[in-house]
Ligand binder design. Structure first.
Ligand SMILES: [Zn+2]
Length: 181
């Protein structure tokens, strides 16, 4: 079975504006800013044989202020910058009570089914508690970036930057391999 790294889009793969202590998700390609510094780090994970999947809650799709076509253009750009295998989107609003809006683990289980993933040996990278919770519910190891949005839920690692997180994942993989060898 394969192993994956799930990566929150906003705040990790793209830089976002912050207003009133909230991240503001971009609505146009013009405002879409991939975090180019992260590209070499993701390439390291990819080279280690991990499937890379970006995840994002985009309730603007169902609320009507984000156009699907514009989102597709943003994600086309994202795929050019990062070696992503897939980008998974929850388009729902909280009131839709869908199974995929993080902190619910629906996007992770959908990916596990499609890619034949072993979630117990997969990882979640984010700057937000919602992803740590989705990771906990599905058995993934969570690695959070220090940020104002990490909350108080369980996370496996809290680290200062993406380089430290990638290093930790590669270490964990190496020690797991040593155990199973
Ligand atoms: Zn959803």
């Amino acid at each position: 079975m394969k192993q994956a790294v799930f990566i929150e889009r906003d705040g990790v793969l793209i830089t976002v504006r912050v207003e009133k202590q909230q991240q503001v998700t971009p609505l146009t390609l013009q405002d879409f800013r991939p975090n180019e510094d992260a590209a070499p780090l993701l390439k390291k994970l990819k080279a280690a044989g991990l499937i890379l999947i970006a995840t994002t809650n985009q309730p603007g799709l169902s609320r009507g202020y984000l156009a699907r076509r514009e989102l597709d253009r943003m994600h086309e750009r994202l795929r050019k910058v990062f070696p992503l295998d897939e980008i998974l989107v929850c388009p729902h609003d909280e009131t839709d009570r869908c199974p995929c809006r993080k902190p619910k683990p629906g996007l992770l289980s959908e990916a596990a089914f499609k890619w034949h993933l072993n979630l117990d040996h997969s990882y979640v990278i984010s700057d937000k508690w919602q992803d740590a919770e989705a990771a906990r519910l599905s058995g993934c190891t969570s690695l959070l970036l220090e940020s104002p949005w990490v909350g108080k839920v369980h996370r496996d690692f809290l680290l200062p930057d993406l380089a430290a997180i990638v290093e930790k994942i590669l270490q964990l993989r190496a020690s797991r391999r040593a155990v199973t060898a």
